[in-house]
Design a binder for this molecule. Sequence first.
Ligand SMILES: Nc1ncnc2c1ncn2[C@@H]1O[C@H](COP(=O)(O)OP(=O)(O)OP(=O)(O)O)[C@@H](O)[C@H]1O
Ligand SMILES: [Mg+2]
Length: 800
Amino acid sequence: MSQFPVLPLRDIVVFPHMIVPLFVGRDKSVAALEAAMAADKEIFLVAQVDPAEDDPVREDLYEMGVTATVLQLLKLPDGTVRVLVEGKQRARLGELTTGDKGHLLATLDLVGGEESDEQTPETAALMRSVVDQFENYAKLNRKLPAETAVQLGEIDNAAQLADAVAANINVKVADKQALLVELDAAKRLEMGFALMEGELGVLQVEKKIKSRVKRQMEKTQREYYLNEQLKAIQRELGNEGEEGDGDEIAELTQKIATLKLSKEARTKATAELKKLKTMAPMSAEATVVRNYLDVLLGLPWGKKSKIKRDIAAAQAVLDEDHYALEKVKDRIVEYLAVQARTNKLKGPILCLVGPPGVGKTSLGKSIAKATGREFIRQSLGGVRDEAEIRGHRRTYIGSLPGKIVTNLKKAGASNPLFLLDEIDKLGQDFRGDPASALLEVLDPEQNARFNDHYLEIDIDLSDVMFVCTANTLNLPQPLLDRMEIIRLEGYTEDEKVEIAERHLIAKQIEAHGLKEGEFTLTNEGLRALIQRYTREAGVRTLEREIAKLARKALRQILEGKATSVTVTPDNLADYAGVQKYRHGLSETENQIGAVTGLAWTEVGGELLTIESVTVPGKGAAKVTGKLGDVMKESIETAFSFVKARAPSYGIKPSLFHRKDVHIHLPEGAVPKDGPSAGIGMVTSIVSTLTGIPIRKEVAMTGEVTLRGRVLPIGGLKEKLLAALRGGITTVLIPQENEKDLAEIPANVKEGMTIIPVSHVDEVLRLALTEPLEAIDWTDADELAALPPAPIAPAGGELHH
Ligand SMILES: Nc1ncnc2c1ncn2[C@@H]1O[C@H](COP(=O)(O)OP(=O)(O)OP(=O)(O)O)[C@@H](O)[C@H]1O
Ligand SMILES: [Mg+2]
C-alpha cells in the first residue's frame, strides 16, 4: 500500500471530481506538495477539525479525505505556493508518519465503487429536485456563477451530482465533511437538499431584511431630497427659504401675544394656531387656517384714528368741499356735535337721500375728513346675497369674510366711517336677505356684537360711524326706522354755476393736467352749457360736460392749434357738440289739449306733457303712455269730474255720446305714476273739449278730487326747479303746499310766479287763454241732440 503526502486543509472540504485552487503557506504543506510533484503528483487532501491549528497531528484531522492530482503549481515570490488540484477518490486516513522533508505521510484506505451509474426512479426524482433546489439556491446566492446550475443539470450520475452540489453550497466545514463521509449517493443527495433548504430560508430572510433596510434608506433619502427641493422652490418664489414655517408660527404666536385681541378672538386664534402647527405647511387645510388667521389678526384690534371733535373745523371742511346744501350741512354738524359731547355713536344712522349727482357720496367723504375717520365706501348696489355682508361659513371651499369685515380690515382702524352707498339698490333673492344682515350692522344695540359667519366670533362695530346714501326712500321699513333721513334736493341753475366755478372746473383742469390760464369757461359759457347740454337735478352730467370741454381744449393745445382756450356761449358748440336740450319753453305756442305738468322722479323733477284729443266714440277715456294704476285712476277721476261739470265749462254733455277722449303722456316708454298730474288732466280734457288753448308758460301740479278740490303733492322743490329749468314762468301749486315755499331758494321764487290754488276752477281760469262760458242745458236739448235710436223688430229678437 502506497503512501501519500498529506495536505491538511483549514477551511475547505474537497470532493471527488472537483477542481479547486489552493493557497499553501505552511512549510510542511509546501514540502508535501514538493514530495508529490517529485513522484506521481498524487496527494491526500483532508480537512482540519480546528482550522486554527497550525501544526495538526492525527487527532486534528478528519478521517475521511480525498486523493487528488496536482494539476498546476506556482511558487510565488513570498515562498507560498498556489496549486490547482483535482479531487479523485474518497479515502480514509490510515497511519500517519513524517516524511523525509518533514511533511506528513499517510497510508490510505481508498473508498470507492459506490459510484454506480445505475439509477432507480427514486434517485432520478431526487436528482431532479436537487437540481431544482440548487437553481433556487443559486438565484438567491449571488456568489455562485449563474451557469453552475446549468452544469449541475447535465450530470447524470447521482454520486457525482451529490458531490458537485456538496462542493458548491456554502455551508460549514463540518456539514461538508459529513457529506464527504456519507458513501450512499442517495443519502448524500438528501442531505444536500436539506442543507440547501435551510440555507434558502436564511437567504430569504436575509434578502427581506436587506430590501427592508434599503427601502427605509430610500424613504429617508427621498424625503430629505424632496424637502431640500421644496425649500429651493420656496426660495425661488421669494418666500424667504431660511425663515420657513418655524418662523411663520413664531410670528403668529408673537402677533397673538401682542395684539389687543378680544378674549374670544384670542382663544380662537390660539386654537387655530395649534391646528396649524400639526399640519403639513403646504397642505390645503393649512392654507385655509392661515388665511383665517390672516383675516382675524389683520383686523384693527384696538387701533383707532384720533377723532376730531372741533365742530367749527368740521363745518369749515364741509363748507370747503361743498357749495350750498346749507341745511344738509347744518344737520350733519348738529349730528357731529352730539357725538362729540356724548362720545358715543348710539343714535340714528344718517341717510342722505336725493337724486343722482347732488353730492351724497362726496358729502360722506367730507364727513370722514371732517371727523378724522378713515373713509370706507361700500357700494350696496346689486348686493343680493346675505353672505356678501356677513361672509360665508368656513365649511365652504374658498369661503371669505363678508364686506364689513373685509372693509374693516382695509380701514386699519376700528372707528372708520362706512359709507353704505346706494342702500336702496340692495337686492334680495333666495340666498337670503342682505337687508336683514344690514339691520344688525346698523342697529347700535346689536352691532357691538356683529357676527360674521366666516370669523365665527363677534366683532365690535360700535365705534364705526355709518352713513347711508340712497336715491329713493324705497327701503324696507325696519331699515328706515333706524335712519335719520336727510334730503338733498336738486340745485338751481345759480347753484350749479357756483358749484362749477368753485369746484368742478378746477377739478377737471387738474384731472386733465391743464396749466394755469390754459382753459377758461366764462360764466355765460357755463350757463349756456348748463341750459343747453344738461337737464338734471345734480351736477354729474355737468361735470362730465366740463371734462369734455377740458379734453377738447387740451387736444387743441397739444396739437399746437391754440395756446389757451376760452369757452363762451358762441364757441360752445365747437367743444360740447350738438346742443342737446332746447332751453326755454317746452312748447313754443299755446296749444289745445297740451298741458305742462310737473313730475317728481328718482332723478329729480321733470316737466311732463299731458296731451289729449277727442276721437269718435261713446264718452270713454282712453289712456296711453305707460301709466301706473294710480295715474290711470286719477285720469278716471278727472274725466268724471269734467263730465259732471260739463255745462258749466261750456261743454255740451251730448258730446260724450259721440266722442271719446284719448289722453297720452309722452315719452310713451317711460313709466309714470302718481296722482299729482290730476289738475293737469282736467285742464287738458277741458281744453280739448272746448277748443280753448292752454297758456304755454304755465305749468301745474296737484291732485284733484271728484268735486274739483286740489290736494297737496310731494317733492315741491324738485318740481319747481324743473319748472325753472324748463323756462316756465307761472306755476300752479296746491294751496296746502304754500307753506313749503319757505324752504324754496329765493331765486327760484323770484324767477317764477308761483300761484297757490285750491280748486280746479281757479286752475282753468289761470291756464286757459280764454275764459270759459257756462251754457244753459236742459234735458230737452239733450234729447234732441241724441242720435236716432235703433228700431227693434216688433216682438222679435235683435239679430246681428
Ligand atoms: N354741493 C356741491 N359742491 C361741490 N361739489 C359737488 C356738490 N354736489 C355735488 N358735487 C360734485 O358732483 C359730483 C357727483 O357727486 P356724487 O358722486 O357725490 O353724487 P351722488 O349724490 O352720490 O350721486 P349718486 O346718487 O348717483 O351716487 C362729485 O364730483 C361731487 O364732488
Ligand atoms: Mg353716489
